[in-house]
Design a protein around this ligand. Structure first.
Ligand code: PEP
Ligand code: MG
Length: 756
């Protein structure tokens, strides 16, 4: 059996290949060699014709590539595909399924070993090994084929996906194509693709000698000016926001204009290098000095230097594609799209966000929903360099991105967009009406926020307060832990903007997928690790600073409610209450008239559901965080695209758990809010109203739609739907029932696809 090291090398070589053809060639040649085969061939599935097509062969007649096509179930290869099982045959020509293709001269080969290549339950192709002699391949050969096929499934499927888009963009004849991902935020967007930070990497830069030093220096100066303008434009966009987002731009400016970086590049150009190579060396040297430091704050500066380096490189290598002036709607596409990438674009120009990685519940997706921008997550590998500047349509309802759309498709999506806008406008009249069912069951509709820039939409859409203010967002877009005073300024604005409506501020919930750039924590299982209240209780100095800032900000307005994230035991609540008393005591000593705010916990760790008897008298309210509760109940990482299809928001266990929390909370007279993404899903809202939740908190853009649903139903109807849902064992069944109801009630336009 070939060694593990050899297997790893094949996988590494295939992953590093630049095209699908190269992957197939590397794979077939190396597998043939290590297994001492006479033939190694790869067939790929043609999704349109449902046939397996010979794409590459080492051993059969090369002329048969592309010609041999086998429907599933036909021939030995078709049998492997149909059964999705390994097939090991001693004498292929005598097998009843053997299909003779004269052009391939296959009858010379007797031993046959075929392994299906399957990615996320989809057949991608079949890997085949053949030998002249009639013999059964041994168990080790079988194991190797199965292992290599499993390793290569992801690489091949990404290459096919990416290749499909690349071929399309390079050819002038083909029609449009699309890729699918998870719905990050609903809506339709049409715009030009912008790849934030560029698709460039320093790996692409060769260390060439400069022919003309003076002109290299001039290009570097232009690049510095270009990046400086870009940073200024970005900062100006954020004029309305507090210091937190603007601080990122200031920090980048300091690095850009600091003597260290510019001198290091200039001296290398003087020494004879072209500007990109000089920049590469300078960035590497400076960043690695910071990255070697003990202090996490300084280590994180290395990342900023690399970020500035890439921005400069983009101006040096691709000046013509650098977008500094967002004059038309843009769709941001990248491996990941960060909060600062989003902040860098004027909001009225942001038409959509597409991430190669990440899932519906990543914070990028949550931010997109908060801004009312469609987002599709986890679409897999895309040819970013080719996509830049192309027009695309993002369909946030289906989780689909269309490239090179035809005129007809564009017209159709434009129509849909207009219809959406008209529908939303028609809902404006609901702004000041209560969210109550036809027969008078009243709920409060609140908004989730984290950036000051989304306060206005919340107020415009008629939110009755803030149900979840994610304080980690101002912490994440900061340079260091913000001071008590800096936090006070931000919190005061939020409380003031919504006053007299209540504002529920959640204490710092970092960890999991929300690391702080200046405080990296390395954990094998971050979601089960040092997150939320676990972190803040271990750092009372940070926690007290935050509590004092919140309490001070509320003085005179008294509309603050405090919410604790990631609570999993009663002791955590008691420790918090002691700290809260301490913070109140110290502020009163300072002469401030601080009132004790209402306190609640997030129900997002399953253990808390079973502690309500103990927690009820300690608390004023609870808020159900379905994003995490679903993740922990179903053991499905909310950010892992490999298991995204298992993250079902309407899973029967989730529905039953929510119902149980509601029953217990009612027994204790405890107020219940729900602030996870489920609150924005119209189908789910039917069940939540049926359960009797007191308030729902969501992104501002979903609020009018949710209100429309609530105002269109009667209590008995939604209670009936809940009873039925509680008897169903399958999420699809539940969603279909709810969608049928929405359709029947004239709310069909609000139906979302089942993919979360
Ligand atoms: C949740 O877990 O449902 C929630 C609202 O919090 P976050 O998404 O910020 O973890
Ligand atoms: Mg949570």
């Amino acid at each position: 059996m070939p060694s593990l090291a050899r297997l790893q090398r094949i996988v590494q070589d295939a992953s590093a290949a630049a095209s699908l053809d190269e992957i197939l060639r590397i794979l077939s040649t190396q597998v043939k060699e290590v297994m001492a085969l006479d033939v190694c061939s790869i067939y790929l599935m043609d999704a349109d014709s449902q046939e397996l097509v010979l794409m590459c062969t080492q051993g059969l007649d090369p002329a048969s590539v592309g010609r041999i096509r086998m429907p599933l179930g036909d021939g030995l290869v078709g049998l492997v595909g149909a059964r999705e099982q390994l097939l090991n045959i001693e004498d292929a020509p005598s097998h009843p399924n053997f299909h003779y293709f004269p052009e391939a001269h296959e009858d010379e080969y007797h031993a046959f070993l075929g392994a299906p290549i399957v990615h996320y339950r989809q057949l991608v192709g079949v890997l085949v090994g053949q030998q002249r002699d009639a013999r059964r391949f041994d168990g080790e050969d079988e194991a190797f084929m199965v292992t290599i096929a499993a390793h290569l499934a992801g690489i091949l499927s990404h290459a096919i996906n990416s290749g499909k888009v690349s071929n399309l963009l390079q050819s002038h004849t083909s029609s449009h194509t699309f890729v699918n991902g998870a719905i990050g935020s609903t809506g339709v967007g049409i715009g030009k693709i912008v790849v934030p930070g560029g698709s460039l990497s320093f790996r692409q830069v060769d260390e060439l000698c400069a022919l003309d030093k003076a002109s290299e220096l001039v290009s570097f100066e232009h690049a510095v000016t270009g990046v400086r303008n870009e940073l200024e434009a970005g900062r100006a966009q954020m004029e309305e926001t507090p210091g937190d987002v603007k601080a990122i731009f200031d920090a980048y400016r300091l690095i850009l204009d600091g003597a260290d970086l510019q001198n290091a590049v200039r001296s290398r150009i003087e020494g004879g290098l072209v500007a990109p190579a000089a920049l590469k060396q300078a960035i590497e040297e400076l960043a690695s000095i910071f990255e070697a430091m003990e202090d996490p704050y300084f280590r994180a500066r290395g990342e900023d230097i690399r970020n500035i380096g890439l921005r400069l490189l983009r101006f040096l290598i691709e000046p013509e594609t650098v977008v500094t002036n967002y004059s038309e709607p843009c769709i941001l596409v990248g491996e990941v799209v960060s909060v600062s990438d989003i902040a860098n674009i004027p909001q009225e120009r942001l038409a959509g966000i597409v991430c190669q990685q990440g899932s519906a519940l990543s914070h990028t997706a949550i931010l997109a929903s908060a801004l009312g921008v469609p987002a599709v997550m986890g679409v897999g590998e895309l040819p970013l360099r080719l996509l830049k500047g192309q027009q695309a349509i993002i369909d946030g309802y289906q989780g689909r991105v269309h490239f090179r759309p035809s005129k007809a498709l564009l017209a159709e999506f434009r129509r849909l967009q207009r219809q959406e806008q008209e529908f939303d406008r028609s809902l404006d009249k609901l702004r000041d009406l209560p969210a109550e069912t036809i027969d008078g069951r009243r709920l409060s509709l609140l908004v989730n926020t984290g950036l000051l820039s989304d306060i206005t939409p919340g107020l415009q859409k008629g939110a009755e307060g803030v149900g979840l203010y994610r304080t980690e967002i101002p912490f994440m877009v900061h340079e260091t832990f913000p001071t008590e005073e800096e936090q006070y300024q931000v919190y005061r604005k939020v409380l003031g903007a919504f006053h007299p409506r209540p504002v529920t501020m959640r204490t710092l919930d970092i960890g999991g997928d929300k690391p702080l750039p200046y405080f990296p924590v390395s954990e094998a299982n971050p979601y089960l690790g040092w997150r939320g209240i676990r972190f803040t209780l271990d750092h009372p100095e940070i926690f007290l600073g935050q509590l004092r800032a919140m309490l001070r900000a509320s003085v005179g307005m008294d509309n603050l409610r405090i919410l604790l994230p990631m609570v999993s035991s009663v002791g955590e609540v008691d420790s918090f209450l002691q700290l809260l008393d301490k913070a109140i005591g110290s502020l009163r000593e300072d002469g401030l008239e601080v009132l004790k705010p209402q306190v609640g916990v997030m129900i997002e760790v399953p253990s808390t559901m079973y502690l309500l008897d103990f927690l009820a008298w300690r608390l004023d309210f609870v808020s159900i965080g379905t994003n995490d509760l679903t993740q922990y109940l179903l053991a499905v990482d909310r950010n892992n695209e490999q298991v995204a299809s298992l993250f079902s928001r309407l899973h029967p266990s989730v529905i039953r758990a929510l119902n149980q929390v509601m029953i217990q909370a009612r027994e204790h007279g405890l107020e219940v809010c729900l602030c996870g993404e489920l609150a924005a899903d119209p189908a789910a809202v039917l069940l939540l109203v049926g359960m009797g939740v007191d308030s729902l908190s969501m992104n501002a853009y979903s609020l009018p739609r949710v209100k429309h649903v609530i105002r269109s139903v009667e209590r008995a109807q939604v209670e009936g739907l809940l009873m039925n849902a509680l008897r169903m064992s399958d999420e699809r069944e539940i969603r279909d029932m709810l969608n049928r109801f929405l359709e029947k009630s004239g709310l069909g336009g609000l139906i979302r696809s089942g993919r979360s």
